[in-house]
Design a protein. Structure first.
Length: 638
C-alpha cells in the first residue's frame, strides 16, 4: 500500500469514527434537551391560560425568550465555552472541580462545596428527567383516545424498567440504536414547526431579543412564574457537559449547530405561530402542530425520543459517580467498562439501581407530567448557577484572566441564571422541594463520606509506625538471627496501604499472627491524580527500600480503570521480578464500630458505616487476582 493510499485510508477511518460519534452524540447527549418542546411552551403558557389567555405580545415575547435562552445558555455557555473547559477530555461539575484543584493545589472549601452541590443537583435532575419526559410523551395518546389515560402510569413504569435494564449493554450499543431515531425526531420537530410558521408571520419578531427583554419587564408576577417553565427549554445542557467524555467536543458541537439548534428553534417558532393563529391550541401546542394522520406516529416517536432523553442524564450520572469515587466523595463502587475503544463509556450498577428506584417513586408519587413539571427546574438552574461560579475560577486559574475581566464576561450569564433560579424557587411549595431534598440527601452523603474518611485516616495514623524504623528493626533482627525474628518464606507479598511512609497495619497483623516474612515485600500505594488518564509508562514508580522491601506507587487518573494486576506487568520492565502465582496480596479489612463522643455526630457515624458496607470489596475494585488475596480484619472505633 502506498503512502497516499494509507493516508486516504486513515482519513476515511477517522471520518467514519467521527460520524459514529456525531450520530451517537445526537442520540445520547441531545436526547434530553431535544424533548423539551413537548412540554416547555405548554407549561409556560399555563399561567396565561388560567387568566383568560395570552396576548400576542406575550406569545411573541415568550418564544423570543425561549430562543434566546437556548442561544445564550446552550450555544454560548456550554457549546462554545464549557466544552473547552475540559479536564483532558472529561467534562462535568466534578471534572471541572478536579481541574481547579489541580491548578490551585488545594480543595478550597468554597470550590469543594460548590462541586458537591452541583453534582448532587445533577443526580437529582437525572431522576426527574426520565419520569417527566416519558409521561409527557405518553400523555399525547390522550389526544388519540381518552381511554388511554388509565394506562399512562403503568406504561411509563414499564418503559423505565426496560430502559434501566439495557444500561448494562453500554453507551455505545444504546447510542447506535438511539442515534438514528433521534435524528428522525429532530427532523420531524423541524418539519412540524416549519409548516406552521406561516400561520402568523408575526412570530418571526421573536428573533429580536428586544421582545424577550420586553416580556421579562412587562409580564409582571405571572411572568416570573413563567420564567420557571421557560427554563425547561435548556434542560439537558448540564448533561451535555457531563457527557463530554463519552463523545468528545467536536461531534457534540457540530451536532448542535447543524441539526439540534435549528430544529428546536423552528419548532418553538411554529408552536408560537400556531397559538397566535388559533388560541384554542394552547392546551397542547406541540402535538397540534401535526396533521391528524401524523399524530399517532408522532406520539410513538416522542415516546422513543423521551426514552432517549433519559439516556443523556443517566450516562452523565455514571460519569459523575465514577469521578466522585476517584476524588474520594463516594465509597468504591463497581464500575463496568462497556467499550473496548472508549474508556469514557461505563456502567455503574449501584447508581443505575438508585436512579431507577427514584424514577419509579416520582412517577407514582406525582402521577402526571403537569404535576412533575412544577418540581422540575430547580435542580437544573441550581446546577447551572454552580457551574457558572466555578467557570469564574476556571477563567482565572486556567486561562489566566484577571478577576475583573472574568466577572465582566460571566456577569450577564450569572444574572440570567440567577433570575431563572429565583423563578423556579417560587415552586418550592408546589413540588419544588423534591429536587432540593434529593440534592440535600446526595450532598450530605458525599460530604459524610469525605469527612468520615479524613477523620478515620487521622485517627488510625496516631498508632502508625514509621516504615523506615520498622524496616531497620525487622532487617536487623533477621540478620542477627534473633529468636524474635520472623521466618522467611519464599515468594512475594504485596501489602496495600494509603500511607506509604507508615507501616501497613495488615503487615503488622501478619507478623503478629503468622510470624512469617516473605522474601520480597512490596508496600503498595495506589494514587488517583486530578486528571482523567495517566499513560501506562508513567503509572508505576518503584523504590528499593532494603534487601527485602520495595515501595511501589501506582497512579491512575480518575477516569482510568484501576486495574492493579495489569499495572504490575510494567514493573517487570523496571527490574522487579515476581511470579503472580507466587505472589500474595494482603488487604486489611476494617470492621467499623460506633463510639460516642467522637469527632463525628452520631447520625454521620451511622451513615459513614453504612456507606462503607455499601462499597465494593477493594480486591474487586482494584482487579486483584481473586485466588491470591489474603484479608486480615481489625475492629476500628469511629
Amino acid at each position: 500500500m502506498t503512502a497516499s493510499h494509507a493516508a486516504a485510508s486513515d482519513t476515511s477511518s477517522e471520518t467514519r469514527k467521527f460520524l459514529v460519534l456525531l450520530l451517537g452524540s445526537i442520540g445520547v447527549v441531545y436526547g434530553d434537551i431535544g424533548t423539551s418542546p413537548l412540554y416547555a411552551f405548554r407549561e409556560a403558557l399555563r399561567p396565561f391560560a388560567a387568566n383568560g389567555g395570552a396576548q400576542p405580545e406575550h406569545i411573541i415575547g415568550l418564544i423570543s425568550l425561549m430562543v434566546w435562552t437556548l442561544t445564550i445558555i446552550v450555544t454560548f455557555k456550554y457549546v462554545l465555552f464549557l466544552l473547552r473547559a475540559d479536564n483532558d477530555g472529561e467534562g462535568g461539575t466534578l471534572s471541572l472541580l478536579a481541574l481547579l484543584m489541580k491548578k490551585t493545589g488545594s480543595y478550597m472549601p468554597v470550590l469543594f462545596f460548590a462541586g458537591l452541590i452541583g453534582s448532587a443537583l445533577f443526580i437529582g435532575d437525572a431522576m426527574i428527567t426520565p419520569a417527566l419526559s416519558v409521561m409527557s410523551a405518553l400523555e399525547g395518546m390522550k389526544l388519540v383516545t381518552p381511554a388511554f389515560s388509565d394506562y399512562i402510569l403503568p406504561l411509563s413504569a414499564a418503559i423505565m424498567v426496560c430502559l434501566f435494564m439495557v444500561q448494562s449493554k453500554g453507551t455505545e450499543a444504546v447510542a447506535k440504536f438511539f442515534g438514528p431515531i433521534t435524528v428522525i425526531w429532530f427532523l420531524a420537530m423541524a418539519w412540524g414547526g416549519l409548516i406552521h410558521i406561516s400561520d402568523d408571520w408575526r412570530i418571526l419578531e421573536a428573533l429580536n431579543p428586544v421582545n424577550a427583554l420586553w416580556f421579562i419587564t412587562h409580564a409582571g408576577w405571572a411572568g416570573l412564574i413563567v420564567l420557571g417553565a421557560v427554563f425547561l427549554t435548556v434542560t439537558g445542557a448540564e448533561a451535555l457537559y457531563a457527557d463530554l467524555g463519552h463523545f468528545g467536543r467536536k461531534p457534540i458541537s457540530v451536532a448542535w449547530f447543524i441539526l439540534v439548534f435549528p430544529a428546536l428553534g423552528l419548532n418553538y417558532l411554529g408552536q408560537g405561530a400556531l397559538v397566535l393563529a388559533d388560541p384554542s391550541t394552547i392546551s397542547n401546542p406541540f402535538y397540534l402542530l401535526y396533521p391528524e394522520w401524523a399524530l399517532l406516529p408522532m406520539v410513538i416517536l416522542a415516546t422513543m425520543a423521551t426514552i432517549i432523553a433519559s439516556q443523556a442524564v443517566i450516562t452523565g450520572a455514571f460519569s459523575l459517580s465514577r469521578q466522585a469515587v476517584h476524588l474520594g466523595f463516594l465509597p468504591r463502587l463497581a464500575i463496568k467498562f462497556t467499550s473496548e475503544t472508549n474508556t469514557g463509556q461505563i456502567y455503574v450498577p449501584a447508581v443505575n439501581m438508585v436512579l431507577f428506584i427514584g424514577v419509579i417513586v416520582l412517577i407514582f408519587t406525582f402521577g402526571d407530567s403537569e404535576s412533575l413539571a412544577t418540581a422540575y427546574g430547580i435542580s437544573v438552574t441550581g446546577a447551572m448557577v454552580v457551574t457558572t461560579l466555578m467557570a469564574f475560577q476556571f477563567l482565572r486559574a486556567v486561562w489566566g484572566y484577571r478577576a475583573i475581566t472574568a466577572a465582566i464576561l460571566l456577569a450577564p450569564l450569572f444574572v440570567i441564571e440567577a433570575i431563572f433560579l429565583a423563578a423556579n424557587l417560587l415552586k418550592i411549595h408546589d413540588g419544588g422541594w423534591v429536587p432540593v431534598m434529593l440534592a440535600l440527601v446526595i450532598m450530605l452523603t458525599m460530604w459524610t463520606w469525605t469527612k468520615g474518611s479524613k477523620y478515620l485516616k487521622e485517627k488510625t495514623a496516631k498508632n502508625d509506625i514509621p516504615l523506615d524504623t520498622f524496616i531497620t528493626s525487622i532487617e536487623s533482627s533477621i540478620e542477627r538471627e534473633s529468636s524474635s525474628a520472623p521466618v522467611t518464606v519464599p515468594g512475594t507479598a504485596i501489602f496495600l496501604t494509603s500511607v506509604p511512609d507508615r507501616t501497613p497495619a495488615v503487615l503488622l497483623h501478619n507478623l503478629k499472627h503468622n510470624h512469617v516474612l516473605h522474601e520480597q515485600n512490596v508496600i503498595l500505594t495506589i494514587w488517583t491524580q486530578d486528571k482523567p488518564y495517566v499513560p501506562a509508562q508513567e503509572r508505576v514508580e518503584m523504590t528499593r527500600l532494603s534487601k527485602r522491601f520495595i515501595r511501589l506507587d501506582i497512579t491512575f487518573g480518575y477516569m482510568d480503570e484501576p486495574n492493579v494486576a495489569k499495572a504490575l506487568t510494567v514493573c517487570k520492565k523496571k527490574g522487579f521480578k515476581f511470579e503472580i502465582m507466587q505472589t500474595s496480596f494482603y488487604l486489611g479489612r476494617r470492621n467499623l464500630i460506633e463510639t460516642p463522643n467522637t469527632g463525628l455526630p452520631r447520625w454521620q457515624e451511622k451513615l459513614y458505616i453504612a456507606l462503607a458496607d455499601f462499597g465494593i470489596d477493594p480486591s474487586a475494585y482494584f482487579k486483584l487476582p481473586p485466588n491470591r488475596v489474603v484479608e486480615l480484619g481489625e475492629q476500628v472505633a469511629i
